[in-house]
Design a binder for this molecule. Structure first.
Ligand SMILES: [Zn+2]
Length: 150
């Protein structure tokens, strides 16, 4: 499993980064990606270069969600009053209203989700990057040994 920055997709192992909180939405998104077979199975981080902008994006995302919640609540209240005032209970109208809210919420989460991080400061991530930049090739212990394996 590679450790990557979710904002710039760079490897963070061996560098400074902060872990992304594995909240329910992250788990849900991962489950969706697994189902679609597009999951990269990476460990999610935000690297030191991206942390500042990420925190800003997170704050604006939280604001967007708050506005969304208020609008959704207003729509539900409005639907409730429509039912009360008209004296008719139109199940399909209410169900479709709720469905639209749920779909909107899902889409905005899937495409705009900015996960929280476990801290505001990047720390050293242990481990070595999976894809190393060119380094001196290590001397082989035994010549002629089979390649591959662990
Ligand atoms: Zn980054």
């Amino acid at each position: 499993m590679a450790k990557v920055c979710i904002d710039c997709q760079k490897e963070v192992a061996g560098g400074r980064a902060v872990r992304v909180k594995e909240d329910r939405i992250i788990l849900m998104l991962r489950a969706v990606k697994r189902a679609l077979k597009i999951s990269k199975e990476n460990e999610l981080y935000v690297c030191g270069d991206c942390i500042e902008i990420h925190e800003k994006r997170r704050k604006s995302f939280e604001k967007t969600m708050l506005i969304f919640a208020v609008v959704a609540a207003l729509i539900i209240v409005l639907m409730f009053f429509t039912v009360v005032l008209s004296g008719r209970f139109e199940l399909w109208a209410i169900l479709s209203g709720i469905l639209i809210i749920v779909l909107l919420a899902l889409f905005s989460i899937i495409f705009k989700y900015v996960p929280a991080t476990e801290g505001a400061e990047a720390v050293l991530v242990p481990g070595e990057p999976a894809e190393k930049p060119e380094t001196k090739p290590k001397r082989k212990k035994q010549a002629g040994k089979k390649k591959g394996g662990k």
